[in-house]
Design a protein around this ligand. Structure first.
Ligand SMILES: *[C@@H]1O[C@H](CO)[C@@H](O)[C@H](O)[C@H]1NC(C)=O
Ligand SMILES: *[C@@H]1O[C@H](CO)[C@@H](O)[C@H](O)[C@H]1NC(C)=O
Ligand SMILES: *[C@@H]1O[C@H](CO)[C@@H](O)[C@H](O)[C@H]1NC(C)=O
Ligand SMILES: *[C@@H]1O[C@H](CO)[C@@H](O)[C@H](O)[C@H]1NC(C)=O
Ligand SMILES: *[C@@H]1O[C@H](CO)[C@@H](O)[C@H](O)[C@H]1NC(C)=O
Ligand SMILES: *[C@@H]1O[C@H](CO)[C@@H](O)[C@H](O)[C@H]1NC(C)=O
Ligand SMILES: *[C@@H]1O[C@H](CO)[C@@H](O)[C@H](O)[C@H]1NC(C)=O
Ligand SMILES: *[C@@H]1O[C@H](CO)[C@@H](O)[C@H](O)[C@H]1NC(C)=O
Ligand SMILES: *[C@@H]1O[C@H](CO)[C@@H](O)[C@H](O)[C@H]1NC(C)=O
Length: 897
């Protein structure tokens, strides 16, 4: 304990030393993506700036993620009457001189020179992992800071407008616009009046907003044509008296006269030497988001606001706080990622907004119109590949980011898949690929996808355990145990020799992988069976746990005997010389199963190092049969499993080379050729553009996400009466493992005391704290807070020694985060850490043996100490249950009441 306190203090010190760290790193640009995120929050609010082939970002229009559809968005500054634009390619006026572009996880900062003024134009797309109201609100900021490089005052005016292209596929689509002022916010909106029924990528059933605070000096808000307003702004000297040339509120995206109605806000700062964060907001709202199983679903944020006016006004007012949170989150992520390498930090930065924007967080209402907070579901679009909904392999790819940012995301993504597959509509013995096709429609997918049965069943079991372990929430395991078990039975029989099966990668024609017997696929199925053993353990089903553990052990041994040839790993059984990225090994690491011994990881590293001497510029092919094509997500999965830094860094650097290559166009794709860097296509045909699977860039960070004690709430245990805490209390994995393992008695007692202490404080806090913004009942604090759990002894952790600061910058609970709750979170981390760092029945490296930690249910009697511990644990579990029960109704109360 003392030692930990010391480390904690060391962490504090480190934090202060690092305060100026980000500024230093930003000094020089070394990362040049072909497209940078501007406003990227959801699958349909996804605006990028393409800078491929070295094109000047100051002369390009922003586009939708597909790199095809222009999103009209123009920005000007006027300095002493001279206009320059800082966004888009508008006429008239000259472009600012582009100086550099910096990317952080939440921000893209474009630095330009406009005459004597140097500007930082910052595009901030908030990432709010533990506030799902804020996370789900589809708005972004752009703000400008600037200073005169001649140290003289200048007359400064600023301008921004957007067009109807944000809500339409075609320039001929009729639109309607209007303006409002609410509180201290002025906003415009535009929507299509004839939404196309064929929803492809740009959502015609949405409303776009452009907003600004009325506290900006000399604000002028007006809707007119692009030609009129931009000409007036650029021509009128220091004046910004813009006058609309539009008669009504209806027109087409582009009128028959070739003019675009645009929604503009301009401000006049007068004569100044610096510009301090003049901010606009842009948003694209769809409401409702979808209908699933006949239930209408709306964005989570509606539970907090009575009207869209309230929501917009709150977003605009929140700008200073949102910026502070974003910077804190950026620093936290970057500090951890930079401990691996700058290359790695760049990849994480580019991927974060993209991964989060693949999701819509939704709620349903109860018959009386109030919100059902027990019914949070997240829908993920397979952006850039198809319009499939919640594809299991895409969630699996995104899992590292989900685990790191907030493990509860994973549960809310799995929930609709599990619910659907429990319904009478779904009859297969194995898991479905997705919830159907045609996002935002969520039709369900009853098809018998036998080709991908191992892939999908494996993904579901791995995701279910990953969610439980990293969130502590065992409710899915409690509610869907029979379904999970059914898939484990399927995998027990079918995963070792998937002779008639393909991985999901075979959906992409240029990746090959269309034949059976791919060893990496078998690996996934086997790991998933072991994951089931752990879930059985959590559920207190000892016999199942033994059975699946034994099966997984023996399958793993058979796999190794068939796959490990001359100390390398085959990609296909019976095919000597085949090789590939054995990326599913990451699941063994993330779930801490230790099903496969170090020799397997070393063998993969050996395979890769023989390739590294003659490596194509953009990396390692997915496999010997993928025609030189690869995937960034699986490359990073593989990097996180590498036992040596050389292999790890090599894998990371090749993805970085692609991500930083401006020779080929497109929003950070998952799929490309290792020689050319080019993907197979543009638009919605498969290319992996903007896929949320880039959450895989977090693979190395996710390794440091600590275990939590998994609790199955009583309400989630099928047969038990609600409130039967004794029954629920008997299902708890880590607690069981801790109590059952031969832990030093002292450590266990310290754990219990610490846990009890934490729980008391936490209860006190939640009693006092009526407005819990986080929707996930199992994790009040962001998961990053638990990174306090500095895994310093763990050789696998890339963030060793750097996690300690995390807790000091809780990024997103806003006013509800105080020193005390941060301390409580820190304490929880250290408590669990203390327990888990003890050697609990060390897994044997012998394949074939069960690696189950012993739990109270299965362990032989260890005498009275254990009995006492056990009863203490039961008591604590009850306390946890009561705490939970007391907390649930407090989740996210609507603010307007
Ligand atoms: C653009 O810059 C050129 C010289 O660099 C100048 O002659 C011209 O007037 C500028 N155009 C506008 C609209 O300011
Ligand atoms: C722009 O950003 C850079 C890098 O962070 C910083 O050094 C500079 O001071 C910023 N400029 C302004 C005007 O804020
Ligand atoms: C949805 O409603 C339709 C029409 O009422 C019904 O036929 C269908 O079975 C329902 N589907 C589900 C999943 O409940
Ligand atoms: C590998 O990299 C990590 C940082 O990610 C570093 O802490 C560690 O010392 C490195 N290991 C070796 C053997 O260089
Ligand atoms: C709220 O949603 C959950 C999850 O779908 C459902 O089980 C429950 O019945 C709903 N509550 C009510 C009161 O309908
Ligand atoms: C798959 O591997 C098994 C075991 O090596 C072998 O018996 C079978 O013929 C293989 N099937 C195919 C289609 O390659
Ligand atoms: C970039 O330039 C190269 C070389 O001129 C050309 O082959 C390639 O098509 C260009 N790519 C894009 C996206 O414009
Ligand atoms: C609580 O659950 C246990 C185990 O399922 C059961 O034996 C017991 O009867 C239940 N008690 C009540 C009050 O439902
Ligand atoms: C996490 O939990 C699993 C299962 O209880 C255990 O095998 C593993 O050692 C734990 N990891 C840590 C770091 O405590």
């Amino acid at each position: 304990m003392l030692c930990r306190l010391f480390l904690f203090l060391l962490g504090l010190l480190h934090l202060h030393l690092c305060d100026s760290w980000l500024g230093l790193v930003q000094a020089q640009q070394t990362f040049f993506p072909a497209a940078v995120p501007l406003a990227v929050r959801t699958p349909t609010f996804n605006c990028w700036l393409q800078t491929g082939n070295g094109s000047n970002p100051m002369t390009s229009w922003p586009t939708f993620w597909n790199n095809q559809h222009i999103l009209g968005w123009a920005g000007y500054i006027k300095v002493d009457g001279q206009p320059w634009h800082w966004l888009g390619a508008p006429i008239p006026g000259n472009a600012s001189t582009w100086l550099s572009t910096q990317i952080t996880p939440t921000r893209t900062i474009i630095t330009v020179q406009a005459g004597p003024m140097q500007l930082n134009v910052t595009f901030l797309s908030p990432v709010e992992p533990s506030d799902w109201s804020k996370q789900s609100f589809p708005f972004s900021y752009v703000y400008i800071d600037g200073k005169a490089t001649d140290n003289q005052p200048h007359s400064i005016q600023l301008y921004s407008d957007i067009s109807g292209e944000w809500v339409t596929n075609s320039l001929a689509t009729p639109i309607q616009w209007s303006s409002s002022t609410v509180g201290s916010t002025s906003y415009h909106q535009v929507r299509s009046t004839a939404a196309s029924s064929t929803f492809t990528d740009v959502a015609e059933d949405s409303v776009a907003y452009h907003a600004i605070s009325t506290e900006q000096p000399n604000l002028v808000s007006v809707i007119g044509t692009d030609q009129a307003l931009r000409a007036q702004f650029t021509a009128n000297g220091a004046s910004i008296s813009l006058t609309s040339d539009l008669a009504g509120q209806f027109g087409n995206v582009r009128g028959s006269d070739g003019k675009f109605p645009v929604l503009a806000h301009a401000v006049n700062l007068g004569t100044v030497q610096t510009i301090s964060s003049v901010a606009w907001a842009v948003g694209v709202v769809r409401d409702p988001i979808t209908t699933f199983m006949n239930v209408t679903r709306r964005g989570y944020y509606w539970s907090q606001y009575a009207t869209i006016d309230d929501a917009i006004s709150a977003f605009v007012d929140d700008f200073p706080a949102a910026r502070t949170r974003a910077i804190a989150l950026d620093e936290q992520i970057l500090r951890a990622a930079t401990a691996v390498s700058q290359n790695y930090a760049d990849l994480v930065s580019l991927a974060t907004r993209q991964a989060m924007a693949g999701m819509d967080i939704t709620l349903s209402t109860l018959p009386d119109g109030t919100w059902n907070f027990s019914d949070v579901k997240i829908f993920m679009k397979d952006v850039g590949n198809s319009q499939r909904v919640n594809p299991t392999e895409t969630i699996y790819g995104a899992l590292p980011a989900l685990m790191y940012l907030n493990a509860s995301f994973t549960g809310a993504l799995l929930e609709p898949l599990l619910e659907y597959q429990s319904s009478a509509t779904y009859t297969n013995q194995f898991a479905a690929s997705d919830l159907g096709l045609g996002y935002p429609a969520v039709p369900g997918d009853p098809s018998s996808d036998t080709l991908f049965a191992v892939e999908n069943s494996g993904n579901m079991l791995i995701l279910a355990l990953a969610h439980a372990r990293s969130s502590g929430d065992g409710s899915l395991i409690g509610r869907y145990y029979p379904l999970l078990k059914q898939w484990a039975d399927y995998l027990s029989n079918n995963s070792l020799i998937p002779a008639q099966q393909s991985p999901a990668d075979s959906r992409e024609a240029n990746l090959g992988q269309t034949h059976g017997n791919i060893t990496n696929l078998a690996l996934k199925g086997i790991i998933a069976v072991q994951a089931m053993a752990e879930m059985s353990q959590i559920k207190g089903e000892a016999a199942d746990a033994q059975k699946y553990g034994a099966t997984a052990g023996s399958l793993a041994q058979s796999w190794m005997s068939m796959t490990m040839a001359s100390s390398q790993l085959l990609w296909t059984y019976d095919e000597s010389g085949s090789y590939g990225l054995m990326y599913n090994l990451l699941a063994d690491k993330l779930l801490q199963l230790n099903l496969f011994p170090a020799a397997v990881y070393t063998a993969e590293s050996t395979s890769l190092s023989t390739l590294s001497t003659n490596l194509p510029p953009f990396g390692y092919a997915l496999s010997s049969e993928s025609s030189g094509n690869t995937r960034s997500d699986w490359t990073l999965f593989t990097a996180a499993t590498a036992p040596d830094n050389a292999t790890r860094n090599s894998l990371i650097s090749t993805v970085h080379a692609k991500a930083s290559s401006n020779a080929s166009a497109g929003t950070f794709p998952t799929l490309y050729n290792t020689q050319t860097g080019v993907g197979p296509g543009a638009g919605i045909s498969p290319n992996g553009f903007a896929s949320p699977a880039q959450g895989a860039m977090f693979s190395l960070l996710a390794l440091a996400v600590p275990n939590k004690t998994v609790i199955i709430p009583p309400s989630a245990v099928g047969s038990s009466a609600p409130g039967n805490t004794t029954a629920a209390g008997s299902h708890s994995s880590n607690a069981g493992a801790i109590a059952g393992g031969v832990v030093g008695g002292l450590a266990a007692v310290l754990l219990l005391v610490g846990l009890a202490f934490f729980l008391r404080h936490r209860r006190r806090r939640s009693d006092a704290d009526g407005e819990m913004a986080a929707p996930q009942p199992y994790d009040g604090a962001p998961n990053m807070a638990q990174m306090f759990d500095a895994p310093n002894e763990s050789a696998t952790s890339p963030t060793s020694g750097s996690g300690a600061e995390a807790v000091h910058v809780p990024p997103s609970r806003g006013p509800t985060v105080n020193a005390f709750s941060a301390k409580a979170a820190a304490m929880r981390g250290s408590v669990l850490r203390t327990a888990n760092s003890e050697p609990i029945s060390l897994p044997s490296s012998q394949p074939g043996s069960s690696h189950l930690p012993s739990v109270s249910g299965t362990s032989v009697s260890r005498g009275t100490n254990d009995e006492n511990l056990r009863s203490e644990m039961v008591r604590l579990r009850q306390e946890v249950e009561q705490l939970r029960a007391a907390q649930v109704p407090q989740e996210a109360p609507p603010l307007y009441e």
